[in-house]
Design a protein around this ligand. Structure first.
Ligand code: NAG
Length: 571
């Protein structure tokens, strides 16, 4: 009763990722963690409940449900989950069932036997990291068809995180917390210890160093803050640019809020599942995620869907749709997900030389159930400098200017990601803004993007030349990786003012824009045609007046956002 499903082409990522080299057959005794997603019940009911609690106009706005209520609502039918569990356990894996997934730990040998497959070990050419994954064909028994959506964790390479640091260069002007306070009008804004904000890092355990954090706080003269809770493994000996940037700016901008740090071994499916199984007080209120990868290259193995890569993208699309539903659960519980829009323009990291004639959306930014944040930079001729912190006394710090799209074309190291999903349709909260944009001059030819899709980013924030303290040194970094924690910190301040969780916040922000469009600094110059590596790209999205797929509604004006929010919510 074995059926050949597909040759694994998750390894499309291999083509885009020459960094990973096959070194050997994976050792049979090696232990693996994987997650089996079983079908969710009541997806329509989930979506309706999620939209109601997220929509400021709904009588149910803000009436978040508990994790156990939500998990019960979407639980896989017991008989079906038991069949899958029995099958997994018969192969010797140690598994525990959740509402609509099964988490397992097993050996390479047992996985190979279960799927009649081979696993190989791959090594990263720079970091030396090892990954064991399926290689070639695999099979599921026909009896599992329709009972397993995906098995996640056995295929695909870790996605490179976005942040990359460089040494400071003389004559450069830096973005520091004082820049954010001055440019985004948040002088005197106060957080609250009852609001919890967390940076999350995926696939491995990138860390920050406490010494760096202490120096950063001293150098930037921000109110002192600590990371009071770490969830997941942590290797403090290896601070990395991404995690360091996230922690430093989330804590500095969301001053007064409680800071957590979360590492997730897996990817988006595992993260959403872990959030929903962490207990009612085991999760942060606001999550900042600075990770992104092509929406059509999120390949996981499945008995139902064809594989990704050369064979087509249906498997990846099904995976993205499932994770979007997972994010709806997270939002229904009141947690705010903030995602950076990606650093490689409208083409993304799987098309770094813009060889495709069309744009390629990135996930999770392309999910309508997160707040996606793009990047801006100041137009060089408009920059004002200043700042009284020790760092700004010794270096030139930016205090303000006119924002344009952050792009390699205009001197940044990255280009703000943006575009339209090929999986999720335009959500109603943004439909009028998106309709105005696609009928205007900012979009490429109709065949280059999906005009019925969810448009992103929703908002933007500075993404160029941030000072961070890393490994005992002052470094500079560019990225939507900076924009996301900055925005997440500002949302933490909004949540403190509101006096509780914001949940899925995008509908509220579009409502604020409609009530007072000066609550956002509109960005009207620049585009995201370029990638990180090339500017020879003929297609992408231009910034225009109003919402656009390079900078969304624009960058935030904190006190104006706050005022409009209080009015909309009758607080
Ligand atoms: C365009 O997006 C819609 C969702 O709005 C999707 O159903 C459709 O398949 C997408 N088209 C392509 C060519 O991917």
């Amino acid at each position: 009763m074995l059926r050949i499903v597909a040759a694994l082409a998750a390894l499309a990522a291999a083509a885009a990722s020459p960094m990973w080299e096959k070194v050997a057959r994976a050792p049979k005794h090696e232990t693996l963690d994987f997650t089996v997603a079983t079908p969710m019940s009541n997806v329509d009911g989930l979506q309706a409940a999620f939209e109601a609690v997220s929509d400021p106009d709904s009588p149910k706005y803000g009436m978040f449900m508990t994790k156990s209520e939500i998990n019960e609502m979407t639980a896989t039918p017991g008989w079906m989950k038991n069949e899958v569990l029995t099958w997994l356990q018969s192969h010797g894996h140690s598994c525990s069932a959740r509402s609509d997934s099964i988490k397992c730990r097993g050996s390479v040998g047992a996985v190979e036997k279960m799927l009649s497959a081979r696993m190989h070990t791959y090594q990263h050419s720079k970091t030396g990291d090892l990954v064991h994954q399926l290689d070639g064909s695999y099979t599921f028994p026909a009896s599992m068809e329709g009972k397993i959506d995906f098995v996640s964790g056995l295929s695909g390479f870790p996605v490179e995180h976005l942040g990359r640091a460089r040494a400071l260069t003389g004559g450069e002007q830096f973005t520091v917390p004082e820049t954010i306070v001055s440019a985004y009008n948040l002088q005197g804004a106060k957080g609250s210890s009852s609001i919890t904000q967390a940076a999350v890092e995926f696939q491995g355990y990138p860390a920050y160093a406490q010494d760096d954090l202490t120096t950063f706080i001293q150098q930037t003269a921000v109110p002192s803050f600590d990371i009071v809770k770490k969830v997941g493994p942590f290797n403090g000996n290896e601070p990395q640019p991404e995690s360091t940037l996230d922690v430093e700016y989330l804590g500095a901008v969301g001053g007064g809020n409680t800071n957590w740090y979360w590492t997730e071994q897996g990817w988006m499916l595992e993260f959403a599942q872990d959030l929903m199984n962490a207990g009612e007080s085991g999760t942060p209120d606001i999550v900042s995620m600075s990770y992104s990868w092509s929406e059509e290259d999120q390949c996981q193995i499945s008995p139902n869907a064809p594989s990704c890569g050369a064979g087509g993208v249906a498997g990846s699309k099904a995976f993205v749709a499932r994770v979007n539903a997972e994010f709806a659960k997270v939002g229904l519980n009141g947690i705010t997900l903030v995602a950076s829009s990606g650093d490689s323009g409208a083409h993304g990291r799987t098309d770094p030389m813009c060889q495709r004639p069309i744009t390629t959306p990135s996930f999770p930014a392309s999910s309508p159930n997160v707040l996606a944040v793009g990047a801006t930079q100041f137009d060089a001729s408009t920059i004002t400098t200043g700042g009284s912190s020790p760092f700004c006394q010794a270096n030139s710090c930016k205090m303000g200017g006119t924002e344009i799209v952050c792009s390699t074309k205009t001197g940044a190291a990255i280009t703000s990601g943006g575009g339209f999903s090929n999986v999720a349709s335009t959500p109603s909260y943004q439909s009028s803004q998106v309709a105005a944009y696609i009928s205007g001059p900012g979009v490429p030819a109709a065949g280059d993007f999906n005009s019925t899709g969810r448009g992103y980013p929703d908002v933007a924030a500075l993404g160029h030349a941030y000072y961070i303290q890393l490994n005992g040194e002052a470094m500079a970094v560019d990225g939507t990786s900076a924009s996301a924690p900055v925005m997440a910190g500002m949302l933490g301040l909004l949540a403190a003012k509101k006096g509780g969780k914001l949940g899925h916040v995008a509908p509220l922000l579009y409502k604020i824009y409609e009530a007072d469009n000066s609550a956002f600094n509109d960005v009207t110059e620049g585009n995201n045609f370029c990638t990180e590596s090339s500017c020879d790209c003929t297609t992408g999205f231009k910034a225009t007046k109003g919402w656009d797929a390079a900078t969304g509604l624009g960058s935030p004006n904190h006190f104006k956002m706050e005022k409009a929010m209080m009015k909309i919510l009758n607080l």
